[in-house]
Design a protein around this ligand. Structure first.
Ligand SMILES: Cc1cc2nc3c(=O)[nH]c(=O)nc-3n(C[C@H](O)[C@H](O)[C@H](O)COP(=O)(O)O)c2cc1C
Length: 176
């Protein structure tokens, strides 16, 4: 049976939830979900790897940055997919350009935006502070644009579904 690793770095749980939703949709292969804050997996043990990180202050989590570097070195020989969770979705392309190694941008089977959540409930003091400011600026800019039912970001299930489809295709194309 094929062996898939979904490695994530998350502070408030969005990237973890995305990793779990993706795992549910990959019915078929054996799937290991790994929290990069706790463990550094060995890519050699897996047939396909998906790595995801939340974005905070325009940066990846350090554990994800490190593991992305490891994946960049093997992505020519093994299928690798990448997802980001970001609350400021209009910055996604910029995050890809700045934060994802060239080799992965060239060879990953998919780099996707799984969305982000801006809900202050249950978060730490400073996280609530940042989230409230971000929510206000999104709401204000959308109201200025004449959108009277402004939309806050959320998880993007269709993009998680697309990652599952691409991953299954990459597994089915593997020889041996
Ligand atoms: C302190 C803080 C800083 C953040 N900085 C950014 C940022 O620079 N860009 C962005 O797109 N989203 C930013 N976000 C939004 C997060 O990416 C979003 O809440 C995401 O769902 C967090 O993922 P997690 O729950 O896995 O930690 C920030 C959120 C917090 C709380």
């Amino acid at each position: 049976m094929r062996n898939v690793l979904i490695a994530y770095a998350s502070v408030n749980g969005t990237a973890r939830e995305c990793a779990e939703r993706l795992a549910e949709q990959l019915n078929g292969p054996e799937v290991t979900i790994c929290d990069l804050a706790k463990t550094t997996p060995d890519p050699a043990e897996f047939d396909l790897i998906v790595i995801g990180s939340c974005i905070r202050f325009g940066k990846l989590r350090p554990s994800a940055r490190k593991f992305l570097g490891t994946c960049a070195a093997i992505c020519k020989t093994k299928p690798v997919g990448v997802f980001l969770c970001c609350g400021l979705t209009h910055n996604f392309e910029d995050y890809c350009q700045r934060l994802i190694p060239d080799a992965l941008r060239r060879d990953a089977f998919l780099i996707s935006n799984f969305g982000g959540v801006l809900d202050p409930k249950g978060k730490s003091f400073w996280d609530r502070f940042w989230i409230r400011a971000a929510r206000s600026s999104i709401l204000e800019s959308e109201m200025e644009d004449g959108e009277y039912t402004p939309v806050l970001p959320g998880i993007l299930p269709e993009n998680i579904g697309q990652m599952a489809v691409y991953a299954k295709k990459a597994l089915s194309e593997m020889i041996g």
